[in-house]
Design a protein around this ligand. Sequence first.
Ligand code: ZN
Ligand code: ZN
Ligand code: FE
Length: 741
Amino acid sequence: MQGVGFRPLMYQRATRWQLTGCVRNQGGGAWIEIEGTAEALDAFLAQLVEQPPLRARIDHVDVRLIPEQGSTRFVIEPSADVRGDQPIVSPDLAMCDACRGELFCPRDRRHDYALLSCTQCGPRFTITRAVPYDRANTSLTEFPLCAECQREYEDPTNRWHHAQGISCPKCGPQLHLYASMADAITTAASALAAGQIVALKSLGGYQLACDASNAEAVSRLRSLKQRDAKPLAIMVSDLETARRLTHISAAEERLLSSPAAPIVLLRQRAEHPLASSIAPRNRDLGIMLAYTPLHAALLHAARLEALVMTSGNAGDEPIVCDDQQAIERLGGMSDWIVMHNRPIVMRCDDSVVRVVDESVLPLRRARGFVPAPIDLPLTCRQPILALGGQLKSTFALGAERQAFVSHHLGDLDHLESFAAFSETIDHYQRLLRIDPCLFVHDMHPDYASTTYARQRVPAESRLAVQHHHAHLASCLAEHGLNEPVIGVIFDGSGYGPDGSIWGGEFLIGDYTSYRRAAHLNNVPLLGGEQAIRQPWRCALAHLRHAAIDWIPDWPEVSHSSLSAARKLLAGRFQAPLTSSVGRLFDAIAALVQLRTAVQFEGQAALELEWLADDTPEGVEPYPFELCASQSPMQIDTRPLIAAVVHDLRAGVSPRQIAQRFHGTVIAMVVDVCVVLREQTDMNTVALSGGVFMNVLVLSGVTARLRERGFRVLRHECVPPNDGGLSLGQLAIAAAWQNRDN
Ligand code: ZN
Ligand code: ZN
Ligand code: FE
C-alpha cells in the first residue's frame, strides 16, 4: 500500500545489503528491482516478507528474474502510472510517536507545529486527489518545500527521507483562528478551559470540541448542534487517561492506539469527572485518542482531562469540510474556529468500533479504515457499483476480486446527504479508476440509493437485491466464504418481496440464491414509519396480536393517538405487516415503560440492553413457539408477550424482564438453528443485521451456538447494520455475473 513509507524503507534496506537497483510506486503497489549477491538478495526478500513496513499491508509478493541491469546504486524512481493496475490508496493514519516527539520537543524545528505528518502518519485518503501517492497528487502540492525540508527529504539517513507529507512551520500549511490574529492553539486552549466551544479542522472534516467535564458547555454544545439524545464521543491524549475514565481490555487498548485510532465504546467507570450529559443513560463511553498533532497540542495546552469531540455539522447533515462552509454553518455553533490552509479533498467521519469477546465489532467504518480494499471470495467479471441502503449508508465499488467499501455517509433522507452521496461516488470512481457497468441496489423502490441507480443507468444495467439477503452475503463475503450457510438476520426493517417488512429472518443461502427458512410472526407496524419513532405503537401491536387488552400506563401517549392507533389495527391501511426483531425490542422497551418515543432508530432497543446490563447464567427465557409445520417456519411471539405482561403485572422489575427477554432472543436463535441444521445438514451460521450490534445478544448467541458445535460467523470488518449492505450487494452481483459458469 502506498503512503506508508515503503519506498524510503526499501532504500535503507537495499543500501544496507549493498544492493543496487530501484523502487517505485506502480499502480496499487510497489515495483522493486534489486541487483547484488545471491545471499543479499535472499536476505532482502526474506526481510520484506517477515518484517514488512509497519503500516504496510502486503497482499502478495511476486518475484521475477530479469537480465542484469548493471546499476551502480539504489534509487527511488518517479512513480510509474500503469493503466490496468488497480490503484490502492492508504487510509488516514494517526500521529506516530516520532512526530509526537518533535511536536513537544522545544529544541526541534517542528516544535508546536500542529500540522506535521511523516511517512508513518497523517492524512492520506482525505488529501489524495489522484494516485500514485506523490505530493503533487495531494492537497499538499500547494506547499513547495523550503531548503531545509528539501535537504531532509533527499537525505537517506533522515526520517523525513522521501516523506511525501513533509512540511515545517516555514514552508507547510498554517493554522489560524477565524477572524483573529491571536495564536490559534493558545487561544483555543484557553477558550476550551474556560468552557467555550471550539470548531477545529481535523483530518476528514471540522469537529466541535468543548471541555468534557463542564456540564454547561456540554449541554450548550448539544443544543447548538440540535443533538438531544445521541451520545457524544470524547477525546483524550493518552491511554492512562482513558484507563482512568473507563474499563479497558488489552484488545481495546490495541484498537485505541492503532493507526486507525477509531472511537472505541468502553464501559464507563462508576465515578469519573466527566459530565453525565455526554452519554445520557449510557453505560458506555465512546473514546478516541488524539490522532492528529493539532488535537494533541490542544489537549496539552488546555490541560484538560478530556474534550468532547463531535463532528462539525447540524443534525444529520454531512460533516463540514470546506472552510467557507465552516464559517457559515459552524460560526453560530462555536466561539472560535481553528482553521488551516491544507484543503480537505474528501470528507470522512471518525470510525466507531467496540470489542466483543476479544474481537472487533465495527459500528461505523470510516477514517482509518477506508478506502482499504476487502478481498472478495469471487471475481467481478466487470466493475460493479453497489449502492447500499437508506440509513447508515455506504456504497461499494468492485473490481476483479476486490471490494472498496466507502466510508459511512449517514442517512440519505436529507437532500444534502444525497448530494454528498453522489459526489462521493464520483470521487471514488475517479480515484480508484473503476467505471461500473452494473449497479446493484436494494429492492426497496423508495430508497434514495435505488432512485440514484434508476437515474444513472437503464434497467438492464441494474440488479435489485433483497435487503436481508445482502446482510447475509455481507457477513459471508468479509469472511471470504462462498458456500451456503444458515443466515440469522435480525434487523430493523427491510423490504420483503412478499410486500411485508422483513427483519426477523432465518435465511438459507449463499450469493446466488436464498430461501426464507423461518421468521418471526408478522405483526402490524402501526402508522408505518411512525412506529419506528414511537415504540408504544409496536407494543400495542404485539399486545393486540397476543389478544391482550391490558396496556401499561403511558402518560406521554394521548388518548386520541391511542384510539387512532387502535383503529389502524382494524384495517391494513398504514399498518404493513412486519417480522422485525428490532420492533420487538421496541415493543418490550415500551412495555417496561422505558421509552414510548425515540429520537433515533434503535434508541429504545439500546436502552433495553443497558437496562438488562447482563444476562446472568441460568436466567430463564420466556416461552415462544416454533411452528415447524408451516413453511417458512414461524416463531410465535404471543406466549412471550403474554409472559412479559404477566411479569409486569406481578411486579417483576423491568431489569429482570429485560434480562429474560434477551435470554429469549438468544434461545430463539439457537432453537431455530438446531432445527435448520437437522433439516439441511448445514453447520455454519452467519449473524447479521442491526440487532447484532447488541452485545448481549451477539455474545450470548455466539456462545450458545458454539456450545452446540456450530461454526459462527460475525462481522469484524464491516458493520452488521446497513453500513455493511453494500458489500453484500456487491458479492451477490459478482455471483450473478458468474451465473452462467
Ligand atoms: Zn509521523
Ligand atoms: Zn520546510
Ligand atoms: Fe438492515
